[in-house]
Write a protein that binds this ligand. Structure first.
Ligand code: PLP
Length: 364
């Protein structure tokens, strides 16, 4: 049976361009002075220029992925002050690697509206009451709902107070333009856009400095992250980082609604990514749906992929005030570079059959 993969927000399949770039990547240590070393260095620097082209004026530090880039960004040292004089504010719907707070001991959560957008009035009041300098971390788009956040407004609020804005752009990179986020630091991850797993980057506004490295050692990556660069993965990342036009959200929503007029689409009132639909039908259980779709050859997920593989209660839907019973039915369909019209039609046909059987059982 041909599989239909609609879980690109968890991870996109490796694009052929990334596979080719990785296979062709030179061996050798990029810090060596001989020809092999210089070839490896050239591959790393070519990829750095490709990633840097995402947002002009920023330096690129390669990391092991989005999680490490988020952790590196969340440190009081970027503000040039003592930890006691700095505060971290993050939205309540951030990825766990941001909610964990990096080097900060305390994290203050900025609430979101029922549509899943950060509440600007509340953010203004909370940042206005901050005691010290601030780092604000706001994702460009949410991995569960696809809701796009007002990063420029938060950048202004943070910068008015001499603070910094970090943007986790993992779900937007390669899907929408990201040069106007207004951020001082930006996180990207290769595997969400068809690059290899285990490589990402922190983009840092020119002139920003952090004297405390994430890893000490040989001084690679501007001294911020020691360790011999993962040349093949970095080359694979560089090969796919250019923007990929993506669609399908409306087509997926049409398939869902055609059979289930009672479906609730989360974040519907807000601007959203063009590839993501998070929805629930009252009374349906996401866990059962994921299994039924999987057995029929379709990969989707129940909200965010949890490390344990289990389905946990979504902190994103809880922050949006969604009732736990409805949240338990939340199914995420996320398309990507490999998605075709045939995939969406197949999803629609299977979904329609699952829904038909469910309504028959319910009526019995
Ligand atoms: N931030 C967001 C919004 C994500 O969706 C993810 C992926 O799960 C990450 C960060 C973490 O990225 P990585 O898997 O590269 O560590």
């Amino acid at each position: 049976m041909r599989r239909v993969y609609l879980d690109h927000n968890a991870s996109s399949p490796l694009r052929p361009e990334a596979r080719a770039a990785m296979a062709e990547a030179p061996g050798g240590n990029p810090s060596s002075v001989h020809a092999e070393g210089r070839a490896a260095r050239a591959a790393v620097e070519r990829a750095r220029a490709q990633v840097a082209a995402l947002v002009p004026g920023m330096d690129v530090v390669f990391t092991s992925g989005g999680t490490e880039a988020n952790t590196l960004a969340l440190a009081p040292e970027w503000l040039g002050v003592e930890a006691a004089d700095a505060e971290l504010f993050v939205s309540a719907v951030e990825h766990p690697s941001v909610l964990a707070g990096g080097a900060f001991r305390d994290v203050t959560l900025l609430p979101v509206t029922a549509a899943g957008v950060v509440d600007l009035a509340a953010a203004r009041a909370m940042l206005g009451a901050a005691r010290g300098r601030v780092i604000v971390s706001l994702m460009a788009a949410n991995n569960e709902t696809g809701v796009i956040q007002p990063t420029r407004e938060l950048a202004q609020l943070a910068q008015e107070r001499g603070g910094l804005l970090h943007v986790d752009a993992v779900q937007i990179a390669g899907r929408m333009p990201m040069s106007d986020l207004g951020a001082d630091m930006i996180t990207v991850s290769a595997h969400k856009l068809g690059g290899p797993l285990g490589v990402g980057a922190l983009l840092i506004r020119g002139g920003l400095h952090n004297p405390r490295p994430a890893q000490r050692g040989g001084g690679q990556e501007r001294g911020l992250r020691a360790g011999t660069e993962n040349v093949a993965a970095i080359a694979g990342f560089g090969a796919v980082v250019q923007r990929t036009p993506m669609m399908w959200r409306e087509a997926v929503e049409a398939e869902i609604r055609a059979v289930a007029p009672d479906a609730v689409i989360f974040g519907e009132g807000a601007e959203r990514l063009p590839n993501t639909v998070l929805f629930a039908v009252p009374g349906m259980q996401a866990e059962t749906l994921v299994i039924a779709l999987d057995l029929a050859g379709i990969a989707v997920s129940a909200g965010a992929a949890c490390a344990s593989g289990r389905i946990a209660q979504s902190h994103v839907l809880a922050a949006m005030g969604v009732a736990p019973a409805l949240a338990a039915g939340a199914l995420r369909v996320s398309a990507g570079w490999s998605t075709t019209a045939e995939d969406i039609a197949r999803f629609g046909a299977v979904w329609s059959e699952i829904y038909r059987r469910w309504t028959l059982r319910r009526a019995a």
